[in-house]
Design a protein around this ligand. Structure first.
Ligand code: CA
Length: 216
């Protein structure tokens, strides 16, 4: 399992590198944003552990650039609790998960296992259902052939609904896939409301007590 560690704090990088190597990961370490981007582009890694506050280029920019280039390597962001960014925003830029420092090494290992298992793999196929289409690669969304602008969060929500279609997807599942753990489930309802306003009310059905589904 090849892992890229992008972390500028020498003590942290050394400790993580040692620990992950001991767990059987083949670890490459770089200490700034541009080097991280370069390595992630060409290194064929199974997973990337990416600090947010980095010299030269933030972890956000690194992951956003990778996704724009259609590089879907699983990325786990690391952030300091008092950082100036909201870590959850990292998910909008295409990261798969995040941990706030200080974190337990055991938790990091569990998250990495789950990321690699999830096999984020290539995701370029256009998703279509009920007159809606969404292209994960170009971020283009259309309703009956007409373009619609969505925020990153709305986009991720619609993507999950379309991936589930024609099946129902539960609120908890959506919360889990689109928001960070610990967020309130009401946020799902709020964002389904935003989507309905942009796509048309009838496009997303509520299945009472179960969840949501794209209408046929
Ligand atoms: Ca840092």
């Amino acid at each position: 399992m090849r892992l890229l560690l992008v972390e500028d704090e020498p003590g942290m990088a050394a400790a993580l590198g040692r620990g992950l190597s001991a767990e059987g990961y083949v670890v490459d370490r770089v200490a700034d944003g541009p080097a991280g981007l370069e390595a992630a582009r060409f290194g064929a890694y199974d997973v990337v552990v990416l600090d947010i506050m980095l010299p030269g280029m933030s972890g956000y920019s690194v992951v956003r650039t990778l996704r724009e280039e259609q590089n879907w390597v699983p990325v786990l962001l690391l952030s300091a609790k008092d950082g100036e960014y909201d870590v959850a925003d990292g998910l909008d830029y295409g990261a798969d998960d995040y941990l706030t420092k200080p974190f337990s090494f055991v938790v990091l290992l569990a998250r990495l296992r789950s990321l690699v298992r999830r096999d984020t793999g290539p995701r370029p196929t256009v998703l279509e259902a009920g007159g809606l289409s969404l292209d994960p690669a170009t971020h283009r969304v259309q309703v009956d052939g007409a373009d619609v602008e969505l925020s990153p969060r709305e986009f991720r929500l619609l993507e999950q609904l379309l991936r589930a279609a024609p099946a129902v997807i539960s609120k908890d599942e959506l919360l889990d896939q689109v928001w960070a753990s610990g967020d309130d489930a009401n946020v799902v309802e709020v964002y389904v409301g935003y989507l309905r306003r942009k796509l048309g009310r009838e496009r997303i059905e509520t299945v009472r007590g179960v969840g949501y589904r794209i209408a046929d």
